[in-house]
Design a protein around this ligand. Structure first.
Ligand code: NI
Length: 152
């Protein structure tokens, strides 16, 4: 009997592995309502959740999360080797593009090349909300490097 369950378990693992290649999944923010917000002292007023991420599901190749920056909050100047995309869904903020400042707002999309320094500060009255996308299986494999410059 034990042998049966062990083999069954092995069989299920194989099937799950195969299904990864065919996986198509739909989520929205409500899908992760039971997930705790993540945050760090390095980025005051910033919190985020993971939506498409190999640490949480069977996805691979791309990862996506949702972040909020409270008024006055700052995702301070940093860089990382993968490129990144932001899709802004609410509010306004000041994007630091390696020293050049640009105001971004709801509906804007931002491409950030790998290793380009960037920061995002909420200078508005509303919560700044955006999705980020990395060409990585998970957020956890993206190594964030702070920069010495003062951020905007
Ligand atoms: Ni970044």
């Amino acid at each position: 009997m034990e042998e049966f369950f062990r083999l069954n378990d092995l069989y299920l693992k194989k099937i799950k592995h195969k299904l990864r290649f065919w996986m198509i999944s739909v989520k929205n923010l409500a899908s992760v309502s039971d997930q705790e917000w993540s945050s760090t002292e390095k980025y005051p007023g910033v919190r985020w959740k993971f939506l498409i991420d190999s640490d949480f599901d069977g996805s691979s190749g791309l990862s996506l999360g949702f972040a909020e920056i409270a008024p006055g909050g700052n995702l301070t100047l940093h860089y990382h080797s993968p490129a990144e995309i932001y899709v802004v869904t609410n509010g306004t903020g000041i994007l630091n593009k390696s020293g050049e400042l640009e105001t971004i707002k709801k509906g804007d999309v931002v491409y950030i090349a790998g290793n380009a320094e960037h920061s995002l500060k909420n200078n508005g009255k509303e919560t700044l909300e955006f999705y980020w996308i990395f060409p990585t299986d998970s957020f956890s494999e993206v190594e964030y490097f702070p920069t010495k410059q003062e951020s905007a």
